[in-house]
Structure formats: structure tokens, C-alpha cells
Design a binder for this molecule. Structure first.
Ligand code: NAD
Length: 253
């Protein structure tokens, strides 16, 4: 059965930033496809526990501040302790800082690069080591952005980090493909979450954005569910290093 290729029953997925926005939507999508979920949250509560358990999947919440690499190994160890293995990592946690490049501070540079790129890499490394030890392959899905492809304005560290995510996705895919590990990325378009609240609230930017999206609406966290299940499943087993835009047609324009 073709649909069997998308079945994640028996798989264990770690999703960072799983309590809000896109991470919450993707964690729920993976659970509906059968995966047990380890949700990494920082200040937000693991709000989707009941929703995930209602699908029949197990849920473990781990509180961790991903602004440094300190909690990385513990995330893998606690997951293995609870569920015995790791099969999927969704590197979703991310932050953004907006300011003119002439005024941009070192703090706003470092904070964004640390969460969006440095910890993303070291969590991927820790997951890959676990996959290799298990000998069972694995799936890594990084969350990129339209600003992996475009420059944008007023978000220099965000653009640098997300362009880095796309490059790193290619490199890791090439290094780890021989271990049956697939590394790919999703580049969401303009999605209605907390991350984009300031531009949703700005009537001028909001109108400009909506006029440019062929689908005519902001994306929602539910719009990523099919894509993340695809990239986390056997259905995408011959895909390596690809960044898949889910953007209502933004880049096609
Ligand atoms: P969001 O702010 O709701 O989600 C970000 C998540 O990252 C939160 O759950 C937050 O707790 C977590 N996080 C941030 N800093 C952390 C830290 N130090 N330690 C642990 N967790 C931390 O916004 P979102 O839109 O759902 O963003 C999710 C991802 O999607 C981000 O990587 C973002 O850059 C990316 N993205 C969003 C859009 C969009 O339009 N919303 C577009 C492209 C890419």
C-alpha cells in the first residue's frame, strides 16, 4: 500500500519548539501518523500533551533552553530512556529580531544565530550519532524560511541563520546519506504565528504580503502537517538535502 510509506507507527520523533505555532502543528501531524512525540519547550508549557495523547501516541515533554548547546545530549538521553530510541528530529525552534542593519546589535546577532543555527547543528549531530548507533537510519527535518532563498529586510541575523540552515541541510545530507539518514528542510512561507505577529498587525505590510501570496491567505500550522510527515517517513527515502517550500506560491511569483 502506498499509504503505508507514510505510516510512522513505532517511530519516535523529537520536535523542538513543539508548544506553539508551526512546531505544535507539526508535532500533532506526526502523532496522527503514529509517531510518539518528544516535545521540547522552553518558556511555553507543553500545551499539546492531551491533544497528542488523544491520537493514541505517547508524549514526553522536555524543558530545555536551546539558546546554548548545553541541553542537547540530555534531550537525546531522556528520549532514549523514555522511549528506547530516536527516529526523527524536527529542528523547529527559532527566533527572530527585527532592526535596521545599521543599528543591529551583537546580542541580536548572537541570540538568533545560537538558537536558529548553532543548536540546530549540534542537535542534528547528537541525533545522527544516535541513529548511527541504532543502525536504523533516521530522518532530520530542519525548518528553514523564505529568507533561505531571499534577502528580506530588517532581519539580518534571521536571514543569515536561515540561509545557513539551507546550506547545512545539504552538507549533512551528503555526509549522512550513507548511514541511511535523510536530512531535508521545510521552508514555510508567511504563516500566521507569534513569530509573524508584528507584520500581521502592520496593516501596510499585511496587505503587501497578502497581495503577493498566490493562495491569497497566510499559511497555518496545519499546512505543514502533510509535508513534515512526508519528510519524516519512508515516502521521502530518496530525498536528500532538499529544502521544500510550503508557501502558498510565494516563491513561484
Ligand atoms: P513561534 O514563536 O510560535 O515558535 C518558535 C518556537 O521556538 C517556540 O515554541 C519557542 O518556545 C521555541 N524557542 C525559541 N527560543 C527557544 C529557546 N531558546 N529554547 C527552546 N525553545 C525555543 O513561531 P513559529 O512561526 O511557529 O516558528 C517556528 C519555526 O518556523 C521557527 O524556526 C521560525 O523561524 C520558522 N518559520 C516561521 C515562519 C512564519 O511565517 N511563522 C516562516 C518561516 C519559518
Amino acid at each position: 500500500m502506498t499509504l503505508q510509506l507514510f505510516n510512522l507507527a513505532g517511530k519516535v520523533a523529537i520536535v523542538t519548539g513543539s508548544s506553539t505555532g508551526l512546531g505544535e502543528g507539526m508535532a500533532y501531524g506526526l502523532a496522527k501518523a503514529g509517531a510518539d512525540i518528544v516535545g521540547i519547550y522552553n518558556k511555553d508549557l507543553p500545551s499539546n500533551k492531551e491533544k497528542i495523547e488523544a491520537t493514541g501516541s505517547r508524549f514526553l515533554g522536555i524543558q530545555a533552553d536551546l539558546s546554548s548547546v548545553a541541553p542537547v545530549q540530555e534531550i537525546i538521553s531522556k528520549t532514549v530512556e523514555a522511549f528506547g530510541r530516536v527516529d526523527i528530529l524536527v529542528n523547529n525552534a527559532g527566533i527572530i529580531r527585527r532592526n535596521k542593519s545599521v543599528d543591529f546589535t551583537e546580542e541580536d546577532w548572537d541570540d538568533v544565530m545560537n538558537v536558529n543555527l548553532k543548536t540546530l547543528f549540534f542537535l542534528a549531530q547528537a541525533a545522527a550519532r544516535q541513529f548511527i548507533e541504532q543502525g536504523s537510519g533516521g530522518k532530520i527535518v530542519n525548518i528553514a524560511s523564505m529568507l533561505s532563498f531571499q534577502g528580506g529586510i530588517l532581519v539580518p541575523s534571521y536571514t543569515a541563520s536561515k540561509s545557513g540552515v539551507m546550506g547545512l541541510t545539504r552538507l549533512l545530507a551528503c555526509e549522512w546519506a550513507p548511514h541511511n539518514i535523510n536530512v531535508n528542510a521545510i521552508a514555510p512561507g508567511y504563516m500566521a504565528t507569534r513569530n509573524t505577529q508584528p507584520i500581521q498587525d502592520d496593516p501596510v505590510r499585511n496587505k503587501q504580503i497578502l497581495e503577493r501570496i498566490p493562495a491569497g491567505r497566510w499559511g497555518s500550522p496545519d499546512d505543514l502537517q502533510g509535508t513534515v510527515v512526508f519528510l519524516a517517513s519512508e515516502a521521502s527515502r530518496y530525498m536528500q538535502g532538499h529544502t521544500l517550500a510550503v508557501d502558498g506560491g510565494w516563491l513561484a511569483r
